[in-house]
Design a protein around this ligand. Structure first.
Ligand code: C2E
Ligand code: CA
Ligand code: CA
Ligand code: CA
Length: 284
């Protein structure tokens, strides 16, 4: 009952309405959300960091922070399972605040160790309604001693298109604070070029569904080439995600893609392993 209360209290008026009574998984979902809240409060979540690489120079230029939850009884719970739930209950705002703090402290530590990296953090649709977010981010940056240009915020097309005017207003506030914005999963949402040109965006990330079979699929090559051209014409950096083999990485380099991310380069890594990866990369 307490768990249900917590979830209900943090739910906000514009949360997507679904038929609670008809959902047979409701008790389980609520207990999972109670556990998530506890995990956030107890700082029991972790972030894994996936390197972002310049495919032409092989240089690691950044990292994307991805949350990892090892549940005391259920074991590993994938973000695709709990992030949508956290969006429904509003717990996502706590998760985002926690993630920004953890990622920026890690980023400051790598910077102090002499690495020149930019940190990417994912925002969700509900974060775009959080008026306190720009102020919190700037306070956090100051606290850890990083300039705003070290931080990139990733947001999906579909998150923006839900309430585009509100999203644009929030993204402008964030960009005015000096943070860079990135459009995630580009190509699979209903992208609207009318909105795209009004967004203060610096980067687009081509969805991995276009990258996975790139080498053997001429249609995907045509799409990826077009997205790279469009992105560059609009002044954006273009990142490909989901690069799983060397041939795709070489092809992306040839196409002029600015950055690449994927299992072929490295899986998301715990901080120690990421530091080792940086060292082996610099040596190699
Ligand atoms: P995303 O932002 O598109 O993140 C990329 C996902 O692709 C990650 O899954 C990553 O592990 C996976 N990936 C990376 N390289 C490859 C590859 O070569 N092949 C394949 N098949 N997959 C690859 P992950 O960590 O399970 O995260 C899934 C989604 O959950 C993310 O998709 C993002 O939407 C969300 N997410 C993860 N962490 C956070 C977070 O801290 N905050 C928010 N709001 N969302 C998060
Ligand atoms: Ca992302
Ligand atoms: Ca993505
Ligand atoms: Ca995704």
């Amino acid at each position: 009952a307490d768990v249900a209360m917590l979830a209900a209290r943090s739910a906000e008026p514009y949360v997507r309405v679904y038929d609670h009574a008809a959902d047979p998984h409701r008790p389980e979902r609520l207990s999972l959300m109670g556990d998530l809240k506890e995990a956030i409060e107890q700082d029991a979540l972790n972030l894994a960091y996936q390197p972002k690489l310049d495919p032409r120079t092989g240089q690691v230029v950044g990292a994307e922070a991805l949350v990892r939850w090892s549940h005391p009884r259920r074991g590993f719970v994938p973000p695709d399972t709990f992030i949508p739930l956290a969006e429904e209950t509003g717990a996502i705002r706590h998760l985002t605040r926690w993630g920004l703090g953890r990622a920026l402290r890690q980023s400051a530590a790598w910077t102090a160790a002499g690495h020149d990296l930019r940190m990417s953090v994912n925002l969700s649709v509900r974060d775009l309604g959080d008026d306190s977010l720009p102020g919190r981010i700037n306070a956090l940056l100051e606290e850890v001693g990083l300039t705003a240009d070290r931080l990139i915020l990733e947001i999906t097309e579909s998150a923006i298109m839900g309430e585009p005017e509100a999203a644009i207003a929030m993204l402008r506030r964030l960009a005015d604070g000096g943070v860079d914005l990135s459009i995630d999963d580009f190509g699979v949402g209903q992208s609207s070029f009318a909105y795209l040109r009004r967004l203060p965006v610096r980067e687009i990330k081509i969805d991995r569904s276009f990258i996975q079979a790139l080498v053997e699929t001429p249609q995907d090559q045509a799409i990826v080439r077009s997205i790279i051209k469009l992105g560059h014409d609009l002044g954006y950096k273009v990142t490909a995600e989901g690069v799983e083999d060397g041939a795709a990485l070489a092809l992306l380099a040839e196409m002029g893609c600015d950055l690449a991310q994927g299992y072929y380069i490295a899986r998301p890594l715990m901080p120690g392993a990421f530091t080792d990866f940086l060292a082996s990369h610099a040596a190699g």
